[in-house]
Design a protein around this ligand. Structure first.
Ligand code: TXD
Length: 307
């Protein structure tokens, strides 16, 4: 059986875990690349051996040569520096822009037909950078944050109510950062909005915990940042595209007037299928929710302008 060629750039915590999940789900044959000599090769070999134990047929190849991504159908960009305790996502801006900008140029040359899912922070700005530097159609470039932020919100809701997380569905819009916009009205347990299930105070506390979801884990780990849920989230988006699932997932996509935002990437619900971002859904928002989303987008714009 021929499998699609997939590339994961950056073989650190998020990248390596992403590669592992792609292989274990047999979504494609994976190229894992990083600049640290021997590291992607070592991790790939270890994963190949785990695939043998698990009975997975997909392969993984580690390399330091970016040219090996040639012809990839889907590329996930995780290369960059992670946040350290006390460091804001925005501190990462300049350093990661250099790295991701260079990688976008390489993707344009070596994988010109690829879908690109960006993970590196600051997420919305890096996604914008990849879009501009590759010149790819906007349906092929997207950022992963909303799936993760929503997963965090879902987890806290399930913990609070003592219900299965499978029955919880939450929606978090906006940029990946302190200005993200969790939407309790559109967050449900088996179809019932949490606004009918929990007092406003408890909801506000969960919203706050969701906003600080990344920082909470950074603080606990002391070194590096979250990677299990981030990799699961990136793979969820990849799977929706590769298997044409047409899932509606919150993703950082380029807006052209939706929600009153133009020419910027921001997290909104999007349909992901074999053509990439196939549709952007416009939820009906209250004035406050819309203002929060636009405020979040204006923060992204500030950073884009800085670059
Ligand atoms: O929701 C989200 N979008 C995020 C984003 C959730 C979690 C992590 N998020 C961000 O992803 C995080 O703030 C970082 O910017 C990236 C990657 O996080 P990770 O935890 O995987 O960082 P690591 O472990 O430091 O791995 C980064 C790797 C490391 O091995 C570097 O050697 C490599 O990137 N790197 C490169 N690889 C290839 N090519 C180049 N140029 C390069 N530069 C660094």
């Amino acid at each position: 059986m021929s499998r699609p060629k997939l590339a994961v750039i950056g073989a650190g915590m998020v990248g390596a875990t992403t590669a592992q999940r792609l292989v274990e789900r047999e979504l494609g044959d994976v190229i894992l690349t990083d600049i640290v000599e021997g590291m992607p090769q070592g991790k790939a070999l270890d994963m190949m051996q785990s695939a043998q134990v698990l009975g997975c047929e997909a392969s993984i190849f580690g390399t330091n040569d970016i040219v090996d991504i040639a012809g990839a159908e889907l590329v996930i960009v995780t290369a960059g520096l992670p946040r350290k305790p006390g460091m804001s996502r925005d501190d990462l801006l300049r350093r990661n822009a250099e790295i991701v900008g260079g990688l976008a140029d390489a993707i344009k040359v070596h994988a010109p037909e690829a879908f690109v899912i960006v993970v590196t922070n600051p997420l919305d700005v890096m996604t914008d950078l990849v879009y501009k530097r590759t010149g790819f159609d906007e349906r092929r470039v997207m950022g992963m944050a909303g799936v993760l932020d929503s997963a965090r919100f879902c987890t806290f809701i399930a913990m609070e109510l003592g219900v299965s997380v499978k029955d919880v569905c939450a929606m978090v819009l906006g940029g990946h950062g302190d200005s993200m916009v969790p939407l309790p009205r559109y967050s449900t347990v088996s179809g019932v909005s949490i606004t009918e299930l929990l007092p406003a105070k408890r909801i506000a506390a969960m919203v706050e915990r969701t906003r600080n979801g990344g920082a909470e884990i950074v603080g606990l780990l002391k070194q590096g940042s979250a990677f299990y849920a981030p990799s699961a989230s990136a793979v969820c988006m990849a799977e929706s595209i590769l298997r044409d699932q047409k899932r509606i997932l919150p993703a950082a996509v380029r807006l052209n007037g939706q929600y009153g935002i133009s020419g910027l990437f921001s997290g909104v619900p999007a349909k992901l299928g074999k053509n990439g971002v196939e549709q952007i859904l416009e939820l009906e928002l209250t004035d406050d929710e819309l203002a929060a989303l636009q405020q979040s987008a204006s923060k992204v714009k500030e950073l884009v302008d800085k670059l």
